[in-house]
Write a protein that binds this ligand. Structure first.
Ligand code: PDD
Length: 287
């Protein structure tokens, strides 16, 4: 089935959907993006994605080219015309076209909004697909990782190295501490306590992370918001990473050091289950 993409007010077959070679997203990675999970045709935790998008836009002095109500309609329409039941929705906003390749913002900015979907199973995965291998690599990114920038070259290169080493995700480190995953937030569990570093400019404030921490609180489970070292990660009882497209993903090895005998951890699976229920219930509310 052909996928239909949204490009600045028009709906096009993905192979025909195009932006200008002068788009500042292409020339400078001058833009921000979101990836949201979709289940039963409804966006999971859309409110958190929109809030983060607005924050990212604000931080780079960009405005959404359409009203929020219109954005919701576009999201809905795109999901409908693509008959997307389960998968992800990608949307990004760039500073649009500049007359020439000037670094400074164009005088009359006309931001560009594109959106497309990806069909993929994200819910109720079988156990054998919940065994992620992780590799650690230095974090080579800029100092404003709280902005969900489309400049992803450090993550592209790091995730490629991880892939070539038979790993599913990279955990990046800086000054001996894990910052986060290439496209996820990193967590470890030690002595029944969850450890995850605080939100600040060093990491992206994950929507899934935020939901998981809330669920943890509701369950009365304890967590410590602090950075953890690579060594601590190797010696963790359990480890996992979170994102809108993988939810809560159990980690079974880090740099080939086996975690929890190579099995998804008990508490990790409980959190995954809680998150799946949260996702399903947020969908019921939307419908
Ligand atoms: N990435 N940290 C980074 C660097 C990320 O790129 C992501 C998400 C996250 C998790 O955020 P959330 O829980 O809101 O998905 C953390 C998306 C999925 C991507 O780039 O494909």
């Amino acid at each position: 089935m052909t996928t239909i993409a949204y490009v600045n007010g028009t709906y096009e077959k993905i192979e025909n959907a195009k932006v200008s070679i002068m788009d500042r997203g292409l020339l400078f990675a001058d833009g921000v993006y979101e990836v949201a999970g979709v289940y039963n045709g409804v966006i999971i935790d859309n409110e958190s994605h929109i809030l983060r998008l607005q924050r990212s836009l604000n931080e780079i002095k960009l405005i959404l080219p359409i009203k929020l109500d219109e954005l919701f309609l576009v999201q809905k329409k795109l999901i409908e015309i693509n008959k997307l039941k389960e998968g992800t929705l990608y949307f990004h906003v760039t500073r649009g076209i500049g007359q020439s390749r000037e670094f400074e913002f164009p005088e009359d900015q006309s931001p560009s909004l594109i959106m497309f979907v990806h069909h993929k199973q994200i819910m109720d995965l079988p156990l054998y697909r919940l065994k992620a291998k992780v590799m650690t690599l230095p974090d080579l990114r800029w100092k404003r990782r709280d902005i969900k920038s489309i400049a992803l070259l450090p993550q592209v290169l790091a995730k490629q190295v991880a892939h070539e080493n038979n790993c599913n995700e990279v955990w990046m480190y800086e000054d001996g501490f894990i910052t986060e995953g290439g496209s996820s937030n990193a967590f470890i569990i030690k002595n029944n306590k969850l450890i995850s570093r605080k939100n600040n400019e060093k990491i992206l404030s994950g929507t899934t992370r935020q939901a998981v921490l809330k669920l943890l609180e509701l369950e009365g489970l304890s967590f410590d918001e602090r950075p953890f070292t690579i060594e601590e990660a190797y010696n963790a009882d359990e480890a996992f990473y979170t994102s809108a497209s993988v939810f809560v993903m159990p980690v079974i090895s880090i740099d080939n050091k086996v975690i929890n005998n190579g099995m998804p951890g008990k508490l990790t699976l409980k959190l995954r289950n809680l998150y799946e229920n949260f996702a399903k219930s947020s969908i019921k509310k939307e419908k």
